[in-house]
Design a protein around this ligand. Structure first.
Ligand SMILES: Cc1ncc(COP(=O)(O)O)c(C=O)c1O
Length: 312
């Protein structure tokens, strides 16, 4: 995983601040109790333009996550979307990048009632390449279970939720794997530490449902739509752990991971141990989609012109 690469400006509570000056107080509520919600969005460089992938859907999810935690964002969805476009432009980003909006409880009071702490909103954008190896990853089933919805709703992309993912990720890395797959509280497959999961059996796709305590991924929804359009049947149903060992193909989806084939799970090769043909087919279409190569899916792209930057 690459270290952060700085850009010039970070947007904080309505102002563009120099990267190094975008700071918070040490007694920021979210730092202590995880009381923040965030998004991860990608923008792709293609044909002299930047394309933000499914911007509105990500920001709508940010607002839903905030609502769950009684956080009233003092901006509209459209305003946040416009700030993101402006941020890409003023940072003069001309390569694939990652966009990180975060809404969090700030400084003011200590203790578990967050309701008097101010809501702060910040957005950063920075160049970003592959998150997981594009050739594919070796996974293990984690000994940590995905947090059940009756304890912490996985539908909220909340900062505190990620402590669960961090435990699973560290365990996987320390055991010599690339990524962890977490089971839900009933022992069915839930998702990766930061990705949704699909398996392929007899050229049909299967992915865990919402009630397997997944984050409802924007990439997952995109893959389901692309796969159906390509004529594949997609099933949303609980997946037993053993199906991970016997499926023909498996892959992870996420904004960071995009579509990453799974080569091995718990020491068992998935299919032939390389990227399978269905995964390869969907991945190819997805990768062209995000760069604006398919008119059918340009509805998912927000174009940011980088040629106008000289006029700024
Ligand atoms: C826990 C978890 N599941 C799934 C995903 C995939 O979601 P998306 O495709 O919206 O990035 C992510 C990444 O955001 C995640 O952190």
């Amino acid at each position: 995983m690459a270290a952060l690469r700085k850009t010039n400006w970070i947007w904080v509570d309505g102002e563009f601040k120099p990267w190094d000056e975008a700071r918070v107080h040490i007694l920021t509520h979210a730092l202590h109790y995880g009381t923040g919600v965030f998004e991860g969005i990608r923008a792709y460089a293609s044909n002299g333009k930047m394309y933000v992938f499914r911007l509105k859907e990500h920001i709508e999810r940010l607002f839903k996550s905030a609502k769950i935690y009684f956080m009233d964002i003092p901006y509209t969805v459209d305003e946040i979307c416009r700030v993101i476009i402006e941020l890409i432009m003023i940072n003069d980003v001309r390569e694939d990048c990652y966009i990180r909006p975060i809404v969090f409880r700030g400084y003011g009071y200590i203790g578990l009632n967050p309701l008097n702490n101010p809501i702060q909103v910040a957005i950063a954008v920075f160049p970003f390449g592959k998150y997981l190896s594009s050739g594919g990853v070796r996974c293990c089933v984690s000994s940590w279970r995905r947090i059940p919805g009756y304890s912490l709703p996985p539908q909220a992309k909340a900062c505190g939720n990620y402590i669960n993912s961090v435990l699973a990720k560290i365990e996987a890395l320390k055991s010599g794997y690339d990524e962890a797959i977490l089971l839900d509280n009933n022992g069915y497959v839930s998702e990766g530490s930061g990705e949704n999961l699909f398996i392929v059996k007899d050229r049909e796709l299967y992915t865990p449902p919402i009630y397997s305590d997944i984050l409802e991924g924007v990439t997952r929804a995109s893959v389901m739509e692309i796969a159906s359009d390509l004529g594949y049947t997609v099933h949303e149903r609980p997946i037993a752990r053993v199906e991970l060992y016997t499926c023909d193909e498996a892959f992870l989806t996420g904004t960071a991971a995009e579509i990453t084939p799974i080569l091995e799970i718990d020491g068992r090769r998935v299919g032939g141990g390389g990227e399978g043909p269905v995964t390869e087919h969907i991945r190819r279409i997805f990768e062209e989609t995000v760069r604006g190569k398919f008119s059918k899916y340009t509805k998912w792209l927000t174009e940011v012109s980088i040629r106008k930057l000289s006029d700024l």
